[in-house]
Design a protein around this ligand. Sequence first.
Ligand SMILES: NC(=O)c1ccc[n+]([C@@H]2O[C@H](COP(=O)([O-])OP(=O)(O)OC[C@H]3O[C@@H](n4cnc5c(N)ncnc54)[C@H](O)[C@@H]3O)[C@@H](O)[C@H]2O)c1
Length: 450
Amino acid sequence: MKISVIGAGYVGLVTGGCLAEIGHQVVCTDSDIVKIRTLESGSLPIYEPGLDAVIAKARRDGHLSFHENLADAVDFGEVIFICVGTPPLPNGDADLSAIDNVARLVATSARGPKLVIEKSTVPAQTGQELKRALSVYGRKSGITFLVASNPEFLREGTAVADFLHPDRIVVGVEDEIAERQLKEIYGPVLEGKFNCPIHAPACPAGPPPAWLVTTINSAELIKHASNSFLALKISYTNMVADLAERLGADIGEVTRAMGMDPRIGPSFLNAGLGFGGFCLPKDLQAFVHLAERSGVDFSLLKEAEKINRRRMDHFVEKIRRALWVIRGKKIGVLGLAFKPNTDDIRFAPAIDLIQLLVADGACVRAYDPEAMEKARTVLPKVEFAPSAYDAAQGAEALLIATEWEQFRRLDWERIRESMARPLVLDGRNMLSPLEMKTRGFEYFSIGRPD
Ligand SMILES: NC(=O)c1ccc[n+]([C@@H]2O[C@H](COP(=O)([O-])OP(=O)(O)OC[C@H]3O[C@@H](n4cnc5c(N)ncnc54)[C@H](O)[C@@H]3O)[C@@H](O)[C@H]2O)c1
């Protein structure tokens, strides 16, 4: 099928790359010309494991191309995936201006009927507005536009595998034609009929993805409700961690047992610095606003947000207790990205943490395997180290802010020897308190006995 993807960010590139990988003809465009030129030159503007190979192969096979001309790109596909950003407005509501711009673009550039699919995360009822905008802006053309919602559940860091092996594909549609087209698009994924670029020689056995057909409103609500629930789970865990800390219990032992209950499940039960990234914080806020606008008091979600904001104060307080005075101290920080295996620093807890420490007068030297280039622009007063060892060198405290797997395997004896004071504050509970004590560190983590 011929498909246009609008928005060449994380979701647009994974969507475009993977749809091309499973056999479709894809043209991807973006309003950011620099981004499109970077992509045309063969580089990727983001780090996402496996995505570079998928995109390179799709381009080589002639299945994927990037176009600067938005109107031409839009007209290419019989189906259009909208993957533009929906960032938070200052009041927390979702900024839908990019969706509105795309509606105008599609309505005025299309020369034939299109199925327009929202893949961006949007508040419920956006599909209705999109339909209206398409018919208003396109009233002179007489072209028919169908609208569908197809929320994306991929996780940065494992996005390609998540797209190709989803547990469910949700399609919000209003008519059979849209449903049929979406089923055709996802046919190879549903039937497992594609050469998987991630798993060689064979994909792990598992049930096929569930195919869920809903209304457009429900599909939109599913995405916001899912992300808000995950945020709730993290904030709940963090509160239990605070309690464990006071009572001398170990949050790791508590959540391990909790997660064995299939009604609860083990994911998103990690205590630490809280959630960040481009999805959970903004989707939670947008969901709260949607509820308010709809006359529903969803204060439960406001509390989850408040708890998340307090995580940073809680951790900085721990640092202050350990260091006594922060001003003038050399502090090493491991991790900048909002989670491991990505270079995405949007709403990353590590960035907030460093900004607080710098404001308190600390001299911060940070290291991240992938996110330093992006962090440089937002952390002008921070020194960036070429390795984790350099970040620790001479430091009076070393903080773990992102749980990159490689930090677990560092030569911790070497780090202890190089530090001015062997003090580690682990904001992600990556390391074992007992092992760290045995190695001669003062070690503090979250919700575990010091
Ligand atoms: N990043 C994730 O893990 C993830 C997962 C699921 C859903 N989502 C949702 O998908 C959407 C996109 O997220 P992202 O992380 O890919 O964002 P992103 O910022 O990486 O990409 C968005 C892209 O849209 C482009 N854009 C903005 N306005 C445009 C316009 N009018 N025309 C063409 N291009 C335009 C931007 O230049 C940018 O490249 C958001 O709604 C997000 O909530 C993100």
